[in-house]
Structures are given as C-alpha cells and as structure tokens.
Design a protein around this ligand. Structure first.
Ligand code: FE2
Length: 395
C-alpha cells in the first residue's frame, strides 16, 4: 500500500444539527445560494428551518430550486447565473446527491467564465479541472451518494446523453452538516435505493482494489454489514431515528475516501450505471441494484477467492465442501436476495429496458474512463464486449 489521504471537510453529525446552519454559514460568507431539488425540503419544513437559522445569524439568502434527479449541466449554468446576479459568496445544498453534486459545480461554475461542461471530464480535449469554487456547505436529506463529504460531482448532459463526473479538491465542502432527522420522511423505495448506493460504493473498492489491504477489507465489511442491518430497519420503519442515523453515517463513510484509502479503487459498476441512467433517467441506486450483482457474477470467475471471502464474512456462509467459485456465487445470490427484500429492482426488464442500446452504454461508459487498452478500469478491466455481457445477464 502506498497512498495519500486528504479530506478537509468539517463534519458536523447528529440529529437536530440543522439548527446550527446559520452560525456555520456566517463564518464563510454574507449571502448564501440555497440549492434545492423538487420541493420536498419545502413540504417537510426543512427549508424554512434552514432559512430561519440563516436569517437569525444575519446571513442573506438567494435560491436556486428544481435541481432534477441526474442533475444537468444546464441547471449548473442556471445556478451559477443566479449566484453571480445575487452576489452570493457561499453555496448551500439542501437535498440528495443530485442537489449536492449540482451545488458543487454551481460553486465552481460561478467563478469560471467558460462553458461549465468544460469542467466535467468526459473524454474531451478541453477538460478544465476546477481549481476555484465558492465555499460549499452540504446538508443531505437522503442517505445515499456520500457526496456530502467528498470532492466528486456527477453531472449529465442532456444533449449528448453523457453522464460524467469530476473530482477536484476545491469541490470538498467546507462543512457537511449531516442531520439524520432530515431523512425521516424519505419514502421506502428511495431509502432502499440509497442503501444500495451506499453498499455499492464500498463493494466497488472491495472487488476492484489491490490485494493486501486487510484493514480496508474489515472497514468495508463493517460498513456493508451495518448498512444491510440498519438499512433493513430504516426501510421497515422510516421513523426509526436510530436506523436513519446509522444509515446516514454509513453513507458518509462509504464515500469520504477513508474505506477506499490505499486500495487503488475503481468504480466500474458506477460507470456502467451512469451510462444507463443518462439514457433512461432511472434512479442511480436502483440502477446499481440491477447492475452490481450482474457485474459481481461476471468478475467473480476471475477472482473467486475474493468473492468467497465476501460470502463468508458478509453472509456467514460456510465454505466447507464448496470450491471458491460455488461459495462466491452463493454469496452473490444472498446479496441479490437482500436487495430484492428491501424493494430494489434486480433486472433491467423492471425498468422496461431491453438490449437495443447495450453497445451504446458500453461505448459511453468507456468514453468517460478507460485504460490504455480502451477498457473500463476494474479487476479485471472490462472490454466493451464484457460490459455488454454483464448487461445481457441483467435482462
Ligand atoms: Fe453512487
């Protein structure tokens, strides 16, 4: 293992912490742009509570509403225009992963004169990695993407149907204000998709990372086991604050870089899912629920010992009288059973998606990230034909 770890985000975690928003924001600026999604934060009263806290701390407020799921670059440009016109010096995201990712890019695009799509890496020649952004504060209302405490953002281009991502140090939020109470009203299906997203962030590194990372393996297994245990409880009873708290914490640690540190992490399942949701606008976590087991079955053949370890340690399956591959497949079946038990889809047909565009999804996935052979990085790296094989097995 040889690595660096850097994460400067100040994390404030716990039920009721939303009331601290004003006091935190006034340390970073005088006028905030609050970025929100489809309106649930207004219906739930969270928005009003946030504004009250800001105003009582003497912080002025402007608004950018209606960030869509799978946020678009056009929304980023719109948000940046508002921030400039209103003279905002801080961006606060109140919402799920889409809102947080859009907010990060609004914060960067506000200080960038060119086309904001240049700031998103998508295989283009004129990629400009952001180096400046307004201070960002994240207030997640959904436990899923982990965007609250990392430097990544995933943005879609509706014209080109490309969904891509950027990672840059200036996109680390200054503060992540993580209040699990804000997730109490998340519906069952979105709760389940969030749990799947959390687990997939961890399995990506677990299955595509290097050998010889025993401590990271145990971190990863702890997060997966806990997300399964508390995720089931949060889906069964959305008002269970203890379950919501543990799932929210799992979301943070699953993708703030700590579990992946030193593993040489690659996210092939995410790359394939992004291609799929760019074309079909499906919920990210639901797409992952379909793709991850299919991906695991494909790559387990190349690395059965790793997947046998997953079966033993996550699901307590016994390897007695079984070869590694048989045990590996039994573990993946168990994982898929779990996803189905919390209400996740596990087949593309459940979205009404057929094989018509499989080659296109494979092209799009490797366009965004590829190695010197044009393969999607992972272990093993996937050719376009491999990606199509994975997709076919998920029909
Ligand atoms: Fe994700």
């Amino acid at each position: 293992m040889k690595f660096e770890f850097y994460n400067p985000t100040h994390l404030i975690f716990g039920a009721g912490t939303l009331s601290q928003l004003g006091e935190i924001a006034q340390k970073h600026g005088k006028k905030v742009l609050i970025v929100t999604g489809g309106g649930s934060v207004k219906r739930s009263g969270v928005f009003d509570r946030a504004v009250a806290s800001l105003k009582s701390a003497g912080v002025a407020v402007a608004e950018c509403t209606d960030i869509e799921p799978n946020p678009r670059i056009t929304s980023v440009a719109r948000g940046a225009d508002i921030a400039r016109k209103e003279g905002c010096d801080v961006v606060i995201a109140i919402g799920g992963g889409s809102t947080m990712d859009a907010s990060k890019m609004i914060a960067a695009a506000t200080l960038y004169d060119g086309d904001p799509w240049n700031l998103i890496g998508h295989g283009q020649d004129n990629w400009v990695i952001p180096t400046r952004a307004l201070p960002i504060i994240t207030v997640p209302t959904l436990a899923a993407t982990g965007s609250e405490m990392n430097k990544g953002a995933v943005i879609s281009n509706d014209e080109s149907k490309v969904k891509s991502f950027v990672q840059a140090n200036c996109l680390f939020p200054k503060v992540a204000l993580v209040d699990p109470e804000l997730t109490l009203t998340v519906p069952k299906d979105q709760t389940a998709y969030g749990v799947c997203d959390i687990i997939t962030h961890v399995t990506e590194g677990y299955f595509s990372g290097i050998d010889g990372t025993p401590i990271q393996d145990r971190f990863a297994e702890g997060v997966i086991i806990s997300a399964i245990e508390w995720g089931q409880k949060a889906v069964a009873d959305g008002s269970d604050i203890e379950a919501r708290t543990q799932v929210q914490w799992a979301s943070v640690v699953a993708l703030n870089g700590w579990v992946q540190a030193g593993t040489n992490y690659a996210p092939p399942v995410h790359m394939i899912e992004h291609a799929l949701s760019a074309h079909h606008n499906i919920t990210h976590g639901a797409g992952l629920a379909v793709l991850n087991p299919a991906y695991m079955r494909f790559v387990a053949k190349a690395r059965p010992d790793r997947f046998a370890q997953f079966a033993r340690r996550i699901f307590g399956l016994s390897g007695v009288d079984k070869d590694d591959l048989t045990l590996a497949m039994a573990g993946i079946d168990k994982f898929e059973d779990f996803l189905r038990s919390i209400g996740c889809p596990t087949r593309l047909s459940e979205f009404g998606i057929d094989d018509a565009l499989f080659s296109q999804y494979a092209e799009d996935a490797v366009l965004v990230v590829h190695d010197e052979n044009g393969h999607l990085p992972g272990r093993p790296p996937l050719s376009k034909a491999d990606i199509v094989t994975v997709l076919k097995s998920a029909l």
